[in-house]
Design a protein around this ligand. Structure first.
Ligand SMILES: Cc1cc2nc3c(=O)[nH]c(=O)nc-3n(C[C@H](O)[C@H](O)[C@H](O)COP(=O)(O)OP(=O)(O)OC[C@H]3O[C@@H](n4cnc5c(N)ncnc54)[C@H](O)[C@@H]3O)c2cc1C
Length: 386
């Protein structure tokens, strides 16, 4: 029995699903977004939400750049999500790694971006409390941060204003398919929502839903952890990250920033790693070594924060793919679209992903080269997770 109908059902109200719902509703589509939990309550709400092009995938720079500009336009148009263009420093701890930073700066300047390489004196001019033993830093002035919960709400509010409907606490159990075409979704309450188009933006749960129509997607969960201090007077002005290979830990990354409410948010994470399938279903605690590394890195860089008290920690599970890129595009039965596989940097990309999905769904040529995101790009490749 059909309980509801929509032209397009978007599964998942994280930042990606919310942005897609808005983009489609704006183009006049009848959109229903269904979320199994609270709106933005999975990875998106746990994000540090840095909006950046710096030290990312060079092949993705056109999309990243467009997306950063889109965030600025959204701030100008809607506001209300604490968009703050604070810029980002990527610190370097070893002389050898200055060349790594220089290569990134040169490559990005070559395509018209404007990062700079700073010496230690200049670093302290940009971030006065950064007194740790850095030998330099790259500096990307255009980068920004947003409040992740408010950003999800901004998109959903904008989508609703264009006629989209939003249902929270409504888990989808399976996709409904017949004759090679998608027909809608079935919820765990056995309700069927009929739809000719379904967009899966369900983060690390996407592969499980795709499997209900025998579509295998190479997405695995990865544990992401974060720490927050009590509120502090303004202390850290920028997003402070580690330069590739020059982080607090070998081949890892660090991200430190002060939120609008005064809390210092920070983490230091080893690159790579995956969790077992199903890990994303459970609430888990941060790991002790993670806390030790993160606190050590924070205090190494900002010794004046020695007495600051930690308030809370959290864990969420990002969705990773074999080549660290999103899956964006059609897959499986006609009318099924995939927008998942954030690999830990999905916040910045969300407006551009929404644009790509809306272009594809409406038979328009996407403004970016989407072939690098094709969901079927690993088909037949035994080395997908090598
Ligand atoms: C600590 C941390 C720091 C980060 N920092 C940054 C950063 O600085 N910059 C950046 O760009 N990115 C960052 N990220 C990554 C970024 O937050 C994610 O890439 C992004 O939020 C992913 O959004 P999403 O919508 O794909 O996934 P999610 O937010 O996980 O949304 C998917 C939604 O689908 C819902 N869902 C799942 N299954 C179902 C179902 N069966 N039925 C209905 N709904 C379902 C889920 O409940 C969830 O709400 C960070 C992440 C973390 C954890």
């Amino acid at each position: 029995m059909v309980n509801d109908t929509a032209e397009v059902v978007v599964v998942g109200a994280g930042i990606v699903g919310a942005a897609i719902a808005y983009e489609l509703a704006k183009r006049g589509h009848d959109v229903l977004i269904v979320e199994k939990g609270t709106l933005g309550g999975a990875v998106s709400g746990a994000s540090l939400a840095c909006i950046s092009t710096h030290m990312m995938d060079l092949d993705e720079l056109p999309l990243l750049r467009w997306s950063c500009e889109a965030w600025k336009r959204l701030h100008d148009e809607f506001g209300g999500f604490e968009y703050h263009a604070c810029g980002q420093l990527r610190f370097v701890l070893r002389d050898d790694d200055i060349d790594v930073a220089r290569r990134w700066v040169d490559a990005e300047r070559g395509v018209g971006l404007a990062p700079e390489l700073l010496d230690p004196t200049q670093v302290r001019e940009v971030e006065p409390l950064l007194e740790g033993p850095v030998v330099g830093a790259s500096w990307s002035t255009a980068d920004a941060v947003v409040n992740p919960f408010l950003a999800v709400r901004m998109f959903l509010k904008a989508a609703r204003s264009q006629g989209a409907r939003v249902r929270a606490h409504c888990p989808v159990e399976a996709l409904v398919e017949s004759d090679g075409a998608i027909r809608g979704v079935r919820t765990t309450d056995r309700e069927v929502v009929a739809a000719r188009q379904v967009v899966l933006a369900a983060g690390p749960w996407t592969a499980r839903l795709a499997a209900t129509v025998d579509l295998a997607l190479p997405i695995k969960p990865r544990k992401a952890q974060c720490l927050a201090t009590v509120r502090m007077p303004p202390s850290i002005r920028r997003v402070v990250g580690a330069c590739e290979s020059g982080g607090g830990v070998e081949a890892g990354y660090t991200q430190i920033q002060q939120a609008h409410n005064g809390q210092i948010l920070f983490n230091t994470v080893l690159a790579g790693g995956q969790s077992d399938d199903g890990a994303q279903d459970n609430v888990s605690q941060v790991d002790e070594p993670f806390v030790r590394d993160s606190v050590a890195t924070l205090l190494m860089l900002f010794p004046q924060l020695l007495d600051v008290a930690l308030l809370r920690s959290w864990v969420r599970f990002e969705a990773v793919t074999p080549d660290d890129r999103f899956l964006i595009g059609s897959g499986g039965p006609d009318g099924l679209w995939i927008a998942a596989g954030d690999c830990g940097t999905g916040f910045v990309r969300a407006p551009a992903i929404a644009r790509c999905v809306a272009d594809m769904l409406t038979d328009e040529t996407p403004i970016f080269d989407t072939s690098i995101y094709a969901p079927g790009r690993f088909d037949g490749s035994k080395a997908a997770w090598a």
